[in-house]
Design a protein around this ligand. Sequence first.
Ligand SMILES: Nc1ncnc2c1ncn2[C@@H]1O[C@H](COP(=O)(O)OP(=O)(O)OP(=O)(O)O)[C@@H](O)[C@H]1O
Ligand SMILES: [Mg+2]
Length: 214
Amino acid sequence: MTGKIITVAQQKGGSGKTTLAAHLAVAGLGKKKTRVAILDVDPQGSLGEWFEAREMALGEEKTGLTFRTASGWGARREARSLARDFDYVIIDTPPKTDTDSRPAIEAADLVCIPIQPTHIDLWATDGTLSIAAKEDKIALLIMNRVPPRASLTAEIEAAMHEMNSRAAKARLGNRTAFAKSMGTGRTVLETMPSGKAAEEVAALAKEVFSQAGR
Ligand SMILES: Nc1ncnc2c1ncn2[C@@H]1O[C@H](COP(=O)(O)OP(=O)(O)OP(=O)(O)O)[C@@H](O)[C@H]1O
Ligand SMILES: [Mg+2]
């Protein structure tokens, strides 16, 4: 049985792709004996930097994860090859829907699209959604950096549901704990395991893994 490939994509920069990819990867490790690989297709290399910080913090043998990079069409090949050995392959992509993201979307079992709750972010989602649709891939819209008590969030949520795509029930709040944990090569699941942010990640990961079919 091959593993599931989960691609995190969104052409809008700074929407939380890398943060989401790292958190999903570590959440995946929470399941017994799960093998998780992360693949950085973004030339910015942010996920790679996070992984290096993780090696420094935890020791090279104790990251729990296997890290690879790929570019262009190599991403599809690398992802499929990793899926033969790992239960989950989580791919982080650049903020463009061009040659770098497309192969990663083509390889995916599920495309996760983080969206900050503003209209500008929502508009920027079209490009990613249309590639996913063309490739016949399931796309899951995920609200990220949701501020407390903003009426705009409900408006965006309503608009999201009209986009003819799945939307995750779980969302991630706007919490500095996310940024802080990433800076030390970890996730909120490790730095604040009993906090609200970790609770949100756990709920989201459950939905994501079940939508990916595992
Ligand atoms: N839920 C959150 N709460 C608070 N800050 C967040 C959250 N998610 C992401 N951030 C912060 O937002 C910024 C952008 O996040 P991130 O780098 O994950 O986005 P990205 O989509 O990968 O960006 P790029 O398009 O440049 O690759 C970072 O500073 C990150 O720490
Ligand atoms: Mg990124």
